[in-house]
Design a protein around this ligand. Structure first.
Ligand SMILES: Nc1ncnc2c1ncn2[C@@H]1O[C@H](COP(=O)(O)OP(=O)(O)O)[C@@H](O)[C@H]1O
Ligand SMILES: [Mg+2]
Length: 408
């Protein structure tokens, strides 16, 4: 008897969800990207219980016809590519056609959508991959997707979700990224009924950064503009060397409007600062790379969070030199000793189990994966990385006394 069998669509989707849906923020990423691809001018994100209980993304984009609304949940159903050649130059954020199918296989999903022309909106209910209902509904042009009870049917995955504070941090981080990448789109984020981010349509990145981070943050920023059209145009803002961070949390990096976690770009950014910032201290950055579509492969990761450059070394040079030029033109020439003197000595987190620095001291967090985030509180609105060593760490930031474990 043969042993090999073809898995059901349901199971295939759940397997794909293992890669695409890591946590609530990855669901939000897919849905916000869909809204942007649909030409939305306004994106509203509502979250409850760190996104485990509820995640709702509403947009005023092009919406879907009834047929498309049903088809959208099929595996590999996409309106964004149709031929193999399209993979060589992907201009949309999505293209794999597996996000909705994956998400719907591990949650209870309601989609309400309407195109400009349609008389009525369509409401599709789908739970754990099973289509429950399709009917007329009332909704303006655009789409609202509600994702409830993430991983309700996969207890093992549910267990891997972190604390509400951690998941909320990732959600806020995600929405902040997309709000920065698209100043022209209005963004709102509500967490447990409390509005945590609101940004009206802005004319450019500077105005959007002001809306999100405030005037003080902007004052320390230097404008970056460099690179080459054939390799990578680099633009955005980086912080002056006096702004020192102990993690890369304040680095917002984009490649062709896509939020990616790219080591090459973050490393090149640090190299640009080598002469003015010591190891283990990071600048804040809002950096946008414009790379010719055929020079970058975005189809290397199921969640599309990584890319591969055809000419990686040239991209790295472009980033490093653009950053150096921005620092130099603001008077921070290479090798300014005075900057070094003002830097708090760094510590290697891996070597100690106790963080004994003063409350505002910095430390060297060699392995970023070890960093965890403190709970956001009213008095302490910005999350910050903390030192985790030996599996447990005390956060000594002012007004924040919470303890975190590696699993927090
Ligand atoms: N918010 C939305 N507005 C309009 N169309 C959408 C929206 N979300 C999804 N779609 C449609 O559903 C299709 C499938 O979505 P998805 O599973 O995310 O795959 P992909 O984005 O890779 O195409 C998209 O190609 C798009 O046509
Ligand atoms: Mg998509």
């Amino acid at each position: 008897m043969s042993k090999i069998r073809v898995l059901s669509d349901q199971l295939a989707n759940q397997i794909a969800a293992g890669e695409v849906v890591e946590r609530p923020a990855s669901v939000a990423k897919e849905l916000v990207e869909n809204a942007i691809d649909a030409g939305a001018r306004r994106v509203v994100v509502d979250v409850e219980a760190g996104g485990r209980r509820l995640l709702r993304i509403a947009d005023d984009g092009c919406g879907m016809t009834r047929d498309d609304a049903v088809l959208a949940f099929e595996r590999h159903a996409t309106s964004k590519i149709s031929r193999a050649e399209d993979l060589n130059a992907i201009a949309t954020l999505g293209f794999r056609g597996e996000a909705l199918a994956s998400i719907a296989s591990v949650a209870r999903v309601e989609l309400v959508t309407k195109t400009e022309e349609a008389e009525a909106a369509t409401r599709v209910l789908i739970e754990g991959g099973r289509m429950r209902d399709v009917k007329d509904a009332a909704h303006p042009k655009g789409t609202t997707i509600t994702v409830r009870d993430l991983f309700f049917n996969i207890p093992a995955r549910r267990k891997f979700l972190r604390s509400e504070a951690t998941e909320s941090f990732h959600l806020t981080n995600l929405v902040t990224h997309y709000a920065l990448a698209h100043p022209e789109i209005a963004f709102t984020l509500t967490n447990n009924g409390r509005e945590t981010l609101r940004a009206a349509p802005a004319s450019d990145l500077r105005e959007r950064a002001y809306q999100i981070f405030g005037a003080e943050f902007l004052e320390n920023l230097l404008e970056v503009e460099g690179g080459h059209t054939s390799v990578a145009l680099v633009c955005g803002f980086v912080s002056a060397p006096r702004e020192r961070r102990t993690s890369r949390d304040a680095q917002y990096l984009f490649i062709n409007g896509r939020y990616v976690r790219d080591r090459l770009v973050s490393r090149s950014l640090s190299e640009g600062y080598r002469a003015v910032l010591p190891h283990g201290v990071y600048p804040a950055a809002l950096l946008f790379l414009d790379v010719p579509l055929e020079e970058v492969d975005v189809n290397v990761h199921p969640a599309k969070t990584e890319v591969r450059f055809r000419r990686a070394a040239a991209v790295s040079d472009a980033v490093r030199e653009s950053v150096r030029a921005a620092l130099a033109s603001a008077g921070y020439a290479r090798g300014i000793e005075a900057v070094h003197e003002t830097v708090t000595p760094t510590r290697n987190a891996a070597q100690s189990t106790e963080w004994s620095g003063s409350e505002d001291s910095t430390f060297d967090m060699r392995d970023e994966a070890e960093g965890r985030y403190c709970q956001r509180t009213r008095r302490h609105p910005a999350p910050h990385s903390i030192c985790i060593a030996g599996g447990r760490a005390g956060c000594r930031q002012r007004d924040c006394r919470s303890f975190h474990t590696r699993d927090d």
